[in-house]
Structures are given as C-alpha cells and as structure tokens.
Design a protein around this ligand. Structure first.
Ligand SMILES: Nc1nc2c(ncn2[C@@H]2O[C@H](COP(=O)(O)OP(=O)(O)OP(=O)(O)O)[C@@H](O)[C@H]2O)c(=O)[nH]1
Length: 408
C-alpha cells in the first residue's frame, strides 16, 4: 500500500505541440456563442410554431404527391422543344450545329429558325436558338421543354443568364441543363477544377441542387468534341419531362415555317395593305380548334381564317424492334435553314442552284432532296411549251395528233 503514495500524478503538458493544440481548442470554445457551442439545446424555441411549420411543409409535400396528373400526351407526341440560351459569343450556334450533326449526320452551315430532328424511336426534338434579346427570352421561356443554358466558363455567369432564369420562374420552370464552354481557355488545371466547382454550386443555387451541368472542353476543327456532344445528346434523348400544368391545358404552336401568301398584285398597288400569312408547326399543349383567336407574340391578337392537317414533315421512325436508328430514319426538318436546297423566306421560296458551297451529291443523306431540286433545275422548257411540241399517235398507221390538230 505504501507504494501507491509514491505513484506519479499525471501532469498536464505545458509546452509542445499537444499543449498548443489543446490551448487553441479551449480558446476557440470560448469564442463561440452558447447557440454555437450547443446547437441542439437551442434548436426549437417555440414548440408550437415549429410544429405548425413542420405540419405545413408536410401538407404541401403530400399534396404534391397526390395531385392527379392526367397524361394527355398523344400516342405520337409533338417534338420536344429544346432551347439553346446564353449570352453572346458563348457558343450557341456552334452547339446547335453539333447537336444537329450528331442526330441527323449532316452539317447545317446556316442555322435559321427552328430545326426538327429525330432523336430516337419515340422522340423528336425541335431545337431553337434564343438570341440575346429580352423578348426572345420571354417567348422561349413560354414554350421550351428543355433549356440548354450555356455559360462561358472563362467569364462566369452573366446578367443574361440570371435574367433568363428569372423569366423562367414566372412561366413555369422548364427543365434546365447547364453547359460550360470555353474550358480550353484555362491553362492551369487546378484553376479549371476550382472554377468548375464554383460554377456548379452557383448553378445549383439558381436552378436546384443537383441540376445537371455538362462540360464542353474545347473545340476540334471549329466543333465541340464528338464524344462530349454525343453524351449530351444521349442525355436529351432519354430525358423524362414532367408536363407543366398551364401548358398542357392551352394549345400553342411554334411556327417553324412561315409563308406570305398575300396577293402580289395587291401588294404592288398598296404595299401597306394587310398581309395573309400561313404558319406551319406542330400543335402542342391540347387540341386547337379552327377559327379561334390566337395571340402572336410581338404582333397581337388575330383570328385563324383556316387551319389544315398536313402530313408530318419529320415523322417518327416505324416502331420496329431495333435498338438504333437507321440512316433513313435520321430525318431532319429545317425549312428555314436551306436543307435540301430549298429555303423559305418571308415572301419567297429560294431554290439552291448548286453553287460551289452547296451540298454535293456525295453527301448521301441529302441526296434524295437534292435529286428533286436537280430535276427542277434541269427543266429547260416550261410545261405549256412541251405540250405544244408533243404529239400522240392514237392508232398505228395514222398520222400523229399534234397540238395544232386539237385546236382545229
Ligand atoms: N476556344 C473556344 N472557343 C469557342 C468555344 N465555344 C465557342 N467558341 C468560339 O466562339 C465563337 C462564337 O461562337 P458562336 O457559336 O457563334 O456563339 P453564339 O453564342 O452563337 O454567338 P451569337 O449568336 O453572336 O450570340 C466562335 O468563333 C467559336 O469558335 C469553346 O469552348 N472554346
């Protein structure tokens, strides 16, 4: 027992790294407020109020689960509207061309108006580029199902991006996917990684936590890297959309082709007279009745004088049990962009005469359309001239009947 008295008592370290560490810990604890030191003790101060808040948020959540959502999409749904939005010079046109090339396997040199492509067995896309104008942004936010929000990584988020997100908020939020471009402008890898992370978190705060952000790291021959674009397109092809309530209860059309069919003679006499315009496009939302009044953004309210069904210019492929699309099924419908040598303008239709920059026959995908245009180009005499010079032999041995005989 005696030995115990001599046992050494533990003495706290007064110096050295361990002592320093302990000291700093104590100091830190003293700096904290009681709430910070013991957060659980202060978490609920007003039990009743908290209970009410919790109950309310639960109610909202449950209500969301139970709203019956009638799926009104027809058997063959209209193409999904994909809008490419971003500040100037961020790469919108480049991405547009890359996406079209990925799906349709042909290059659009000059993008004009919406372009419709077949993206899969049961999916078609109408792609539109939104230029940097507030009115265009508002129009696009109303109709887009998916928005590709382009951000220049070397620059960061710009006013236009936030403006567009704000506009979306009032029109029912469409699906939004971020795309970072100009990543090749970073020389330092570490800096790039940091920027990516920072922009991702900022994007999440603006859209929602975990929103998808794609990276396009640099260009090859003026286009984005093929695999990166392919991945982005795969994502779009299989993406699911939750229909927006307001949209599925109102009919709307995105005009992808426009023709002025007013009488040219009338216009010559009175250039300011009312025009007659026919608009082409897929009806979306719900059924559209003939002769109803429509609102055309930027123009005003009009009534439809007549409406017709037209054959689908870009039909979905046949439902066969095959996994990938064949070359023939990779349709593209770009009436304003000059695919197949025909361009529709405001008041005329132009046929491409095959200059040095037009499609060549070697381009196998556009060959059938080109043949048609080529046959039109090769016509030397109009039809009435041909008729006059033609003759028909009714019975063998008789003189042939010509145009002159008919009139006589
Ligand atoms: N280095 C680099 N250049 C890019 C990238 N993306 C686009 N560019 C270039 O940026 C320029 C503008 O690209 P566009 O696709 O015309 O941009 P845009 O957004 O359509 O421009 P606007 O229609 O004028 O608003 C082009 O010269 C592209 O080559 C990128 O990721 N890296």
């Amino acid at each position: 027992m005696e030995g115990e008295d001599h046992k050494k008592v533990h003495r706290k370290r007064q110096s050295g790294p361990k002592a320093e560490k302990k000291k700093s810990k104590i100091n830190h604890q003293q700096d904290l407020t009681p709430q910070q030191r013991n957060p659980r003790a202060f978490s609920i101060q007003h039990a009743r109020k908290t209970a009410k808040i919790v109950q309310r948020s639960q109610d909202l959540k449950t209500k969301k689960h139970h709203i019956p959502l009638v799926d009104r999409t027809p058997v063959e749904p209209p193409p999904v509207v994909v809008a490419i939005v971003g500040p100037p010079k961020v790469g919108k046109t480049t991405l547009f061309q890359c996406i079209v090339k990925n799906y349709a396997k042909q290059r659009l040199a000059n993008v004009q108006g919406p372009v419709t492509v077949v993206a899969g067995k049961n999916r078609r896309l109408t792609i539109v580029e939104c230029n940097n104008d507030i009115n265009a942004m508002i129009d696009v936010a109303k109709v887009a199902d998916l928005v590709l929000l382009l951000v220049d990584a070397s620059f960061g988020f710009e006013m236009e991006t936030f403006e567009f997100l704000n506009i979306c908020q009032v029109h029912g939020f469409p699906r939004i996917m971020g795309v970072l471009t100009h990543l090749d402008s970073f020389k330092d890898n570490k800096k790039m990684r940091k920027t990516k992370k920072r922009l991702k978190h900022r994007f999440w705060t603006e859209v929602y936590q975990g929103a998808k952000l794609f990276y396009l790291s640099g260009m090859v021959n003026g286009e984005y890297q093929k695999t990166e674009v392919h991945n982005l397109c795969r994502f779009i092809s299989v993406m699911k959309f939750r229909p927006l309530q307001w949209r599925i209860t109102h009919p709307y059309v995105i005009a992808d082709r426009m023709e002025d069919i007013s009488d040219p003679e009338l216009l010559r006499q009175k250039p300011k007279s009312d025009r007659k315009v026919s608009l082409y496009g897929y009806v979306r939302g719900t059924h559209m009745k003939n002769h109803i009044t429509v609102h055309i953004p930027g123009c005003g309210d009009y009534s439809i004088s007549d409406m017709h069904f037209l054959p689908d210019p870009c039909p979905s492929p046949d439902r066969e049990k095959r996994r990938s699309l064949s070359a023939k099924e990779r349709m593209i419908y770009a009436p304003m962009s000059g695919v197949g040598g025909i361009v529709y303008d405001k008041d005329a239709i132009y046929i491409d005469l095959g200059g040095s920059h037009s499609h060549t026959q070697a381009d196998e995908y556009s060959a059938p359309a080109n043949e048609f245009v080529a046959s039109l180009m090769n016509v030397e005499d109009p039809l009435d001239k041909k008729m006059t010079s033609s003759h028909v032999t009714m019975f063998s041995g008789t003189a042939p009947i010509t145009d002159g005989d008919m009139e006589g």
